[in-house]
Design a protein around this ligand. Structure first.
Ligand code: HDD
Length: 701
């Protein structure tokens, strides 16, 4: 094009024309509220084309619209959390139902009926932010209460104990479990050399390992997990008298886990399985709910325990000190923006209102430093408390901390120090301390020698692992043994496997023998424990199966249909499932759905190839004879059934589906149900897994 010659007129465009070539599209009036602007408020006239020297020429440095947009994009990512990087959040509220008046002066625990806003973030521990939702891993359960006395963050997990006793081992633990340093894998998996090497050398991890190898680390849904504050905290009353406290969350939907093979397949079928489940449940108004419970112990009761209440690798059996349910938490609102809220939320175990205090648990003591510190590299500024999701909402926030990166508050006046006498000159003096209502620490007696020592009372590493294992049902014990076999089968270092087996002998001889047998290796001699383990009375409350009533509420049933499906049966299954609080999804060979035998179209919520049965809690087949014949040629249909059977789910079928059941080699049992005239029977069988089927479908250790 000749210099200075005006370009040819832009092609005329309609609203359906593709963007990118300039033209008519935005020539209709754009109201001020609709206008897109730069970060500094200048209205942008063309968001499709950069500024160039001629329509085919180079882009000009002068294009501040382009530069600003690209530069902002270049910096969109912030460092992910070093642990718990993968997470899902939700807003909700907490309501107290039973007052702890006299035990604490924290109003959130004394004002019955008062609703306090919360933000919750659930997470996995080991994987990166983009990792899948269903690895075998501990789940984070972090709750931020925006209380009238300041924010309270209860930053817990779905397991009541932890791997290590002293915070100084935390970086080693996390380095060991994350991707191996030289090869950058495995992602989000503990089944590798370095993790088990570390574990085998630190017998204090044994109790947590029992939990980690159990089905607790394979939750079916974030809505179906318990939560625990893990560390021991203190409650302080008006007179600053202390009571030890352990916090518990109890899910209203009960506890439920997946099978290991199922979790692995879900990871492929829907890497966002948990995030989607939480989001969709809240979107549908099916609000997840937990009860908050406390175990309260006096100093004398703590002293009488056969273990140290300051040791985070130990739990207090509920049978010894019952859990008192004092409130409920409901999650009823999805975040508007994932980054602004779920990513930028900063939980701090140091966030405690007056009346709640820490204990001397050496793991907790380290946490009191780490969380505040890590926000600096993650959020980049000491002013991260001003980000909306982190802001104290229930009360004023004011002090003389000033300036810093991203300061958003505009402080008026001269007062930025204390004490000051500016009030005498008629100026605003600013806030002052309040000894009556302010946060006061428990006057713990210390002043001992300065030592780097582990307390003798922490030396017992096996009694609680024994307690946990012996409290499990036979099925759960077999799953723990099989979990250990799977993980150790991935460990290449023989001496590490031997050391784990030596340690396991101190937990349970039968367990060690089963794992050795599963690995096909000889059982080595037992390791010498630092303190002789004791046998404690089993605690059935530590079981996952049977602790809560079986229920279909919050679960999902898939109905696989074909053209000619019996509409009456589809309706009956749907009605029966929905009356139990379960969702129903119609799965069809094609997404458009099918024509039922009544000649009515039936819309599909999912297509067979993209909706494997691992995504559901029970399945049924309502097909015509021709439809069944077509499905016999689909491996996805066979897998659909075979997996449902292998994952111990109830399977409902109509007579026409019999050839498919045969092809998938489904054997009759009380979970394989002809729903011809009894949809209710399927519903009853779907409320739990068919555990008695397991021996038919896999060899457990
Ligand atoms: Fe931690 C994050 C839970 C021990 C250091 N931790 C983090 C999160 C949860 C927990 C749920 C994610 C919070 C969120 O969703 O943003 N951590 C625990 C529990 C522990 C525990 C239950 C044992 C009782 N943690 C622990 C120790 C240290 C840390 C001993 C270090 C001394 N944890 C951190 C951290 C993280 C964190 C590095 C990473 C991101 C963050 O804090 O905000 O500071």
């Amino acid at each position: 094009m000749a210099k200075n010659k005006p370009p040819a007129a832009a092609p005329q465009r309609t609203d359906d024309a593709p963007l990118g070539q300039g033209g008519e599209r935005h020539q209709t009036a754009v109201s001020p509220a609709e206008r897109t602007t730069t970060n500094h408020g200048v209205t942008i006239s063309d968001n499709q084309n950069s500024l160039k020297a001629g329509d085919r020429g180079p882009t000009l440095l002068e294009d501040f619209v382009l530069r600003e947009k690209i530069q902002h994009f270049d910096h969109e990512r912030i460092p992910e959390r070093i642990v718990h990087a993968r997470g899902s959040g939700a807003h909700g509220y907490f309501e107290l139902t039973d007052s702890l008046e006299g035990i604490t002066r924290a109003k959130i625990l004394t004002e019955v009926g008062e609703r306090t806003e919360v933000f919750v973030r659930f997470s996995t521990v080991a994987g990166g932010a983009g990792s899948v939702d269903t690895p075998r891993d501990v789940r984070g359960f972090a709750v931020k209460f925006y209380t009238r006395d300041g924010n309270w963050d209860l930053v817990g997990n779905n397991i009541p104990v932890f791997f290590i006793q002293d915070a100084i081992k935390f970086p080693d633990l996390i380095h060991a479990v994350k991707m191996e340093a030289d090869r950058g894998y495995p992602q989000a998996a503990s089944a590798h050399d370095t993790f088990w090497d570390f574990v085998s050398l630190l017998p204090e991890t044994t109790h947590m390992i029992m939990w980690a190898m159990s089905d607790r680390t394979l939750p079916r849904s974030l809505r179906m997990m318990e939560g625990f504050g893990v560390n021991t905290f203190r409650l302080l009353n008006e007179d600053d008298e202390a009571t030890f406290v352990k916090f518990h969350w109890r899910p209203m939907l009960g506890l439920q886990s997946t099978c290991w093979d199922e979790a692995v397949k879900i990871a492929g079928a829907d890497p966002d399985f948990h995030r989607r489940d939480l989001h969709e449940a809240i979107e549908a108004g099916d609000y997840p709910e937990w009860a908050l419970g406390v175990q309260l112990l006096s100093q004398a009761e703590a002293d009488a325990l056969p273990f140290d209440i300051l040791d985070a690798t130990k739990l207090i059996p509920e049978e010894l000190h019952p859990v008192r349910l004092i409130g409920r938490m409901v999650l009823d609102r999805n975040p508007d923006n994932f980054f602004a809220e779920t990513e930028q939320v900063a939980f701090l175990p140091t966030n405690m209102p007056p009346g709640i205090d820490v204990s001397e648990d050496p793991l907790l003591q380290g946490r009191l430093f780490s969380y505040q510190d890590t926000q600096l590299s993650r959020l980049g500024t000491v002013n991260f408390h001003q980000i909306p999701v982190n802001r104290a909402k229930g009360c004023p926030m004011q002090n003389f901390q000033r300036d810093g990166h991203m300061q958003t508050q505009v402080f008026a006046g001269r007062a930025n120090y204390e004490p000051n006498s500016l009030a005498d000159a008629g100026e605003e003096p600013g806030p002052r301390e309040d000894p009556t209502h302010g946060f006061r620490s428990f006057r713990a007696v210390t002043g001992d020698q300065k030592v780097r020592l582990r307390a003798e009372s922490f030396a017992d590493h096996y009694s609680h692992a024994r307690l946990f294992y012996s409290s499990q049902s036979g099925i759960e014990q077999a799953h723990i043994a099989s979990g250990l076999v799977f993980e150790l089968s991935k460990v290449k270092l023989d001496h590490v496997v031997r050391r784990v087996l030596s340690n396991l002998r101190n937990v349970d001889e039968d367990l060690a023998a089963r794992v050795a047998d599963g690995l096909n290796v000889p059982l080595p001699a037992a390791s010498a424990p630092a303190a002789e383990p004791i046998d404690m009375a089993p605690s059935p409350a530590l079981r996952l199966i049977g602790k809560y009533e079986d229920s279909l509420a919050g679960r999902a049933i898939a109905i696989l249909v074909t053209d000619g499906a019996d509409a009456r049966i589809v309706d009956a299954v749907r009605a029966a499932a929905e009356s139990e609080g379960a969702a129903v999804k119609i799965i069809a060979p094609r997404i458009g759905g099918v024509m039922t035998d009544s000649g009515e179209p039936l819309a599909a919520g999912g297509q067979l190839g993209g909706s494997p049965s691992v995504l559901f809690d029970a399945v049924s087949l309502v097909v015509s004879a021709e439809g069944c014949a077509a499905l016999l040629k689909e491996s996805a249909a066979i897998d659909f059934l075979r997996d449902a059977y292998g994952h111990l789910k109830a399977i409902g079928f109509t007579a026409e589906a019999a050839p498919l059941l045969e092809a998938a080699r489904i054997l009759a049992d009380d979970g394989v149900i002809d729903i011809g005239d009894d949809a209710e029977a399927l519903i009853a069988a779907s409320a739990t897994r068919r555990w008695d089927r397991e021996a038919r479908v896999r060899t457990l250790a």
